[in-house]
Design a protein around this ligand. Structure first.
Ligand code: NAP
Length: 335
């Protein structure tokens, strides 16, 4: 385990020509911070900007997908400050640069364990152990799976969770999009750029998506909606070729030729790491006890990992700001 003592970062200068020179070993990684932020979506980057501006030595450990869910998004039209909209990845890269300019250290690594039982808190990646006086959990959420066998079999072979990433692979083919929320509407509309036809598969007879997003999808002549329908099976050889669609009202099955299946049925919070350490609700979202503080004093949270209601980039960024302000207050009280 590394000590985290800053003095160990400086190589000794012996100052004599006679003595053999100390070999140029790589500098020891700094492992001790005021604040560690786990996750690098809008919440994490914003928390980093605010913590660093408050002069707290701040580390962001980005996780598997630096930038978070917006890396899988095309046009973002509702993030204030961009009158013509901005591409999701561009927005995230800008936030990252802004955090770095404020002196936030960002490491693209994955946290494999945490220990919030004693202070300083410990955060472990595959190769390093870090410690911090305060932690902000901003690990976001992951797309939900339908849970049928064919989904697993053809994942990456026609089954996708990201229209932006994979849509262009399905030019001139029929594509199914499963869901009924805003994500489904957005992805279905986006996929009409490539598909010969987009089929929205929805399990009920009404969408929960916002009116404007519904209208956009429903008025698109390249989108057909299959109400009260679920995918029973996905079939193919090397890749997706057919779906078996079940009508939930009549129980009847029908087979549709399909080049791809996009799953857009919501998300699961990324909280596995924090089980038995932070209090969560019945769906696994972290509970904020007081303002943005979790059930552990000194551990805070921001973004989709606790917020299943708003789930917007701008609200995640707002929560990131709030958590950093709470951390600042907490750290000054510790002094
Ligand atoms: P969501 O609102 O939770 O919708 C999930 C949809 O998937 C629902 O229609 C649900 O059906 C359906 N579903 C859930 N589990 C299913 C299953 N096992 N099989 C079949 N269908 C299933 O999720 P979301 O669309 O990802 O949106 C999440 C949040 O992000 C929302 O607050 C949304 O407003 C926001 N968002 C906003 C934008 C934007 O403003 N640009 C874009 C994307 C998302 P039921 O309705 O029957 O439950």
């Amino acid at each position: 385990m590394m000590s985290g003592d800053d003095s160990s970062l400086v190589m000794e200068d012996r100052g004599s020509n006679d003595e053999p020179k100390t070999p140029d070993f790589p500098k020891k990684t700094k492992t001790s911070y005021d604040v560690i932020i786990i996750g690098a979506g809008p919440a994490g980057y914003t928390a980093g900007i605010y913590c660093s501006r408050a002069r707290h030595d701040t580390l962001i450990i980005s996780g598997l997908l630096p930038g978070g869910q917006l890396m899988n998004t095309t046009d973002v039209e509702n993030y204030p400050g961009f009158d013509e909209g901005i591409m999701g990845p561009d927005l995230m890269l800008t936030m990252r640069k802004q955090a770095e300019r404020m002196n936030t250290t960002i490491i693209d690594d994955v946290v494999v364990n945490v220990d919030f039982r004693a202070k300083p808190f410990k955060v472990l990646t595959g190769s390093e152990e870090y410690e911090a006086k305060a932690v902000i959990v901003c690990t976001g959420a992951t797309p939900r799976k339908i849970g049928i066998e064919g989904e697993q079999t053809f994942s990456g072979k026609g089954v996708s969770y990201c229209a932006t990433c994979d849509g262009a692979f399905f030019r001139n083919q029929d594509i199914a999009v499963v869901g009924g929320g805003d994500t489904c509407m957005e992805e279905a509309t986006f996929l009409t750029k490539f598909a010969s036809k987009v089929h929205i598969i929805h399990r009920r007879d009404a969408f929960r998506a916002s009116k404007i997003m519904q209208d956009r999808a429903l008025s698109n002549e390249n989108i057909e909606v299959h109400w009260n329908s679920v995918i029973e099976d996905i079939k193919g050889d090397q890749k997706v070729q057919q779906i078996i669609l079940k009508d939930t009202k009549t129980g009847e099955n029908k087979t549709l030729e399909m080049g791809g299946v996009f799953v857009a049925i919501g998300h699961e919070p990324n909280t596995e790491l924090f089980k038995n350490q932070l209090e969560m609700d019945e769906n696994g979202y972290i509970i904020q006890k007081q303002n943005t503080e979790t059930s552990v004093k000194g551990v805070f949270t921001a973004g989709d990992v606790h917020d299943h209601r708003y789930r917007q980039a701008v609200t995640a960024a707002g929560f990131g700001c709030m958590s950093a302000i709470d951390v600042d207050k907490y750290l000054s009280e510790q002094k």
